[in-house]
Ligand binder design. Sequence first.
Ligand SMILES: Cc1cc2nc3c(=O)[nH]c(=O)nc-3n(C[C@H](O)[C@H](O)[C@H](O)COP(=O)(O)OP(=O)(O)OC[C@H]3O[C@@H](n4cnc5c(N)ncnc54)[C@H](O)[C@@H]3O)c2cc1C
Length: 456
Amino acid sequence: MTAIATALAAVVGDERVVRGPVDAYVKDETETRLIVGSCAAVVEPRSTEEVAAVVRWAYEHEVPVVPRGGGTGYAGGAVPFAGSVVVSLAKLTAFRRFDPELWRAEVEAGVTTHLLQRRARENGLLYPPDPGAGEQSHIGGNIATNAGGPHAFKYGTTGAWITGIEAVVPPGEVITIGGAITKDVAGYDLKHVLIGSEGTLGVITCAWVRFIPAPEARHPVVGLFPSTATGVEAIEAMVGSGVAVAVLDYLDHGALAAAPPAFADGDVAERVGFALLCEADGTAVEARSVRAAAIAVVEECGGLAVAPLDASGVAAVWRWREGMTGAVTTVRGGKVSEDIVVPLDRLREAIDGTHAIGDAVGLPACSWGHAGDGNLHSTFLVDTSDPDQLRRAEAGAVALFDLAVELGGSLSGEHGLGLVKSGQLERFWAPRKLELHRGIKTLFDPKGLMNPGKKQ
Ligand SMILES: Cc1cc2nc3c(=O)[nH]c(=O)nc-3n(C[C@H](O)[C@H](O)[C@H](O)COP(=O)(O)OP(=O)(O)OC[C@H]3O[C@@H](n4cnc5c(N)ncnc54)[C@H](O)[C@@H]3O)c2cc1C
């Protein structure tokens, strides 16, 4: 045990300090970019009070604190630096309240996204945010990254479903903001300062979440198009026509090469250059009507619509979408992916620009993502055993940030800045805006010990 681990054992009890290898706590999904950290200790508190005791001790002894959820982040936000304490929220898993008849719950930060979705579903409700790694990701991590997902197009990102937050902030105090209320304009919106703060302002220990009644029916509509141009035209037509789909995702030809739509006719799958994935939901009547309207838009734009209604066909479509990340990663063994976001009318330029950057750095490129939100997962495929490929991919990532900003967009739509985009704000933000941003950090965390080096 390190001296820090021994000291923390005295603060919160020996059994709260993780013994043995801590490898699983020093990395996240950026491991595919060979990013792995190290730390002095890992603690797993069982209560908010224990989290507060750890933060208090760390603040007093000037030891950095890195909050950790499920470790599914794509930005290296949960990757610690040497000498820091990782505070894992994995053991804070209580539903403090679950009030389905009032469409709300109060859940601790370590509850997984899937468990919350399931409890809602079992009670005829919907918790709409659906970031892709829900079996593993925590509600605390979802809030800390303001995670999105396919259904964010209709329902918004995690932050839209959070009515209150309990957090431990430096130097170790527990605060609550909002609660079981759906409106609150007393004071500045501190809740949304913590939402998406990536563990740099405090440790989220509990949240009040809201639900809505579950839609009666959900039907996928896949549109297969010969080219990016026709596919993007269909995206704009879908939005412009007012067809209220819940999901409006896309896959470009590079992504389709890694994950062909096997559920479609074989010949079609080989010829397809762009795909759209929509979902129609609502009452049974509404869902059928939106489905028909979405199919009509796809066909009017020259696409082929595949819209299964049977359970196995629907499952095959979602398996395809959810397997996307894994399929792309296996092509070369690794990937460098950035989740840039642009205004919807610049999407085509961002998709084409991703390929142009891939050509410039000599790496295969592709993108997929949440078309309706203008949010791309722009990706370069790499063999991680080749340092030169990794270096070129990282250069490509920086070029992607330039592209996003040039198109009127932003560096990150959902994964956050974390470690991988550290230093990028300075390249793009005006001095006064940066000063305000840093001022908020200093106010919460005057010693700069909360997840240092991230979100800057
Ligand atoms: C296959 C796959 C698909 C994905 N799809 C999506 C998607 O569609 N949309 C999307 O937005 N993301 C997606 N992600 C990324 C990831 O799942 C989200 O960013 C998720 O919200 C991270 O949650 P986590 O609990 O794993 O957090 P971690 O990875 O553990 O942490 C992420 C950041 O939050 C901070 N943090 C974690 N918990 C707390 C807490 N309790 N208090 C304060 N700070 C905390 C950490 O310090 C870190 O900075 C995907 C990831 C994978 C692997």
